[in-house]
Design a protein around this ligand. Sequence first.
Ligand SMILES: [Zn+2]
Ligand SMILES: [Zn+2]
Length: 338
Amino acid sequence: MRELTYVARNTVEWREAPDPVLGSGREAIVAPVAATSCDVDSSILAGHGFLDPPFALGHECVARVVEVGDTLTTVAPGDLVVVPWSISCGTCDQCRAGLTAHCASVPYMAMYGAPIGGSWGGLFSELVRVPYADAMLVPLPSGLDPVAMASASDNWSLAWRLVAPHLKMRPGARVLVIARGSIGLYVCDIARALGAGDILYVDPDPAHRALAETYGARTAEAIEPIRHGFDLAVEATGRVDQLALAVKSLAPEGFCESAGNHFRPGELPLLDMYLTGVTLRIARDNVRAHIPDALALASSGTVDPARVVSHVLDWEDLPSALPERHLKPVFVRDLTTR
Ligand SMILES: [Zn+2]
Ligand SMILES: [Zn+2]
């Protein structure tokens, strides 16, 4: 089979790899049918990552189940499923506590699309082995479009976690979103659907701002800190100065969620944060735990993640198109047989 391989800055190519085979009755082989790039893939392609090429890229897709081990109970060949970005067993203490990005049954940080915590391949591959298929795979609810939900593996479900639990605790909260890619736009969509009182979206990209406005957000190209302006701030830029701006704009005892990907160190205004009373969470997302909730919101019809999909492209165009398409290109194949 072929797997899309990151080989150098702004360069990906198909490389041959052995077809994956079932290693136990708990495993499944799936074929991605709608795969997209995570916001971090753009950073990797631009050469800002911390891992040396070559490696198989991709960790967001809806896939079709091709083959299942004989003890699987939740999925069958032909099913469309969301494949989480991280590998998790579902039964260790960490997984049972919902910390699925910290599974103790696999090497630390085991994931698709990056050679850390073992070698699991990428989701821009023709076939993918899923080692704990009952625990990992989430059937795509009928009625949901695989193209719109290709990002449920990571960015869509992450965006749900960044904002939904906070709005449940604080209905009508004022939300600041400082972002550069799909995560911030998904946050705007979800925040509006769940009743945020005010959403300010900050991003230098005019096309992103125009999209955010369709979700009911006010927008700005850049801002100075807005003292005590927001109950929740979401930062998804990978830039420490923007994270500092987010925490400086919080109301007393406000919460800042950072989507991370800070590849460089930096300083935060700790005294300012202390005086305001700031809770900052910067964490790899335990995505498997809340993919079902994020899909349920998508099924409710109150959100429209399809608007963030910037291009729908043929799978064969991956090597040429992926390095050039930066918001949310979705690459599709074999989607018609559902
Ligand atoms: Zn990601
Ligand atoms: Zn586990």
